[in-house]
Design a protein around this ligand. Structure first.
Ligand SMILES: [Zn+2]
Length: 331
């Protein structure tokens, strides 16, 4: 397993103290926004609990037999529970299997760790079954629940777990980590991606990589937007083309695209754009748009991003956005 993300160090310090004092609660609930590494922290703890040679900060050694098994996902005393691929909920049968696993003595030591991924997907029977285990956990058993939406869990379950909240890292720390991940990613892209990801570094890294990879979807959408600003296609027609796309994804791409357009207009064209095939079409788009209006459109995109998860009519949402985009043209 990779080293702990730097912004998780304060959370780890607290967990390490609990391990040191031998008073780590049996039930822990890891919460926080998506893209911050809640799962990474929970898995790091699971590894530390089975590791036979933890360091002074109680971090796993990465070398012992237990750590090697953990890395290969074959450790006999660690059990992962998650929603099956063809299902939308974690079933009571899965939790019964987990209870059986927890009731056995560990094969290496007395430690058994169960990780429950996306715990808000437990159905009510499964949550009830889990509650019993949380009330009277067998010695050496640890239940690590992970959820970005803890309010969706039954209050009875939440109240039997110690909450471990993973918070947003300071922007400079997030940016320096992002730079270290991929030197080819331009800082201008990383900064925009971090805004778009609301400060969550893992999400920002994913967005920045997709953006810079310059995939086919991107090229198509830029060409379509060019036709729109040329009056060769109406917002309504283009919205119809787009209606099978996920609104959140389109808005993210539009945000990073407008960030590029703004940099073009400010003559801050980053090197990655000068080399990219799309530089020519981006330049044409940038020439057609007004700087102030494009800045304003970016703010509207962030608002649109919030609304996109609840949008009932995707066609209308896209048409509205495309009308606004078209209104950015220089008059
Ligand atoms: Zn180890």
């Amino acid at each position: 397993m990779t080293a702990l993300y730097p912004w998780l160090a304060p959370s780890w310090a607290l967990l390490g103290q609990r391990i040191q004092a031998r008073n780590l609660p049996h039930g822990l609930l890891f919460t926080g926004p998506e893209g911050l590494g809640k799962q990474h922290l929970a898995e790091y703890l699971a590894q530390a609990l089975v590791c036979q040679q933890r360091d002074a900060a109680h971090q796993p050694c990465q070398r012992c037999q237990d750590c090697l098994w953990f890395g290969a996902q074959t450790h006999p005393d660690i059990n992962h529970i998650q929603t099956a691929e063809d299902k939308t909920q974690i079933s009571v049968e899965q939790i019964r299997g987990l209870m059986h696993f927890i009731s056995l003595k560990g094969s290496r030591s007395n430690t058994r760790v169960a990780l429950i991924h996306v715990a808000d997907q437990l159905n009510s029977a499964a949550a009830n079954a889990l509650l019993k285990t949380l009330e009277e956990p067998p010695p050496g058993a640890h239940l690590l629940l992970i959820s970005a939406h803890p309010a969706r869990l039954p209050a009875t379950l939440r109240s039997r777990c110690q909450l471990i909240k993973v918070g947003l890292p300071p922007t400079p720390l997030a940016l320096s980590w992002l730079h270290a991940q991929n030197a080819a990613l331009h800082s201008a892209v990383l900064e925009s991606a971090l805004v778009l990801a609301h400060g969550a570094p893992l999400k920002a890294l994913q967005l920045a990589q997709q953006h810079q990879d310059h995939d086919k979807t991107w090229s198509e959408e830029i060409a379509q937007l060019l036709r729109l600003t040329n009056n060769e296609q109406s917002p309504m027609e283009l919205a119809r083309h787009w209606q099978s796309k996920a609104p959140g994804d389109v808005i993210q791409r539009l945000y990073l695209l407008t960030a590029d357009i703004i940099r073009h207009k400010l003559m801050l064209t980053p090197a990655y754009l000068a080399q990219a095939e799309r530089a020519g079409s981006l330049q044409s788009l940038a020439n057609r748009l007004d700087l102030d209006k494009t800045f304003y459109f970016q703010d509207q995109l962030l608002e649109g991003q919030r609304a996109s998860s609840t949008a009932l009519n995707v066609h209308m949402l896209f048409e509205d956005l495309l009308i606004r985009f078209n209104a950015c043209r220089t008059s």
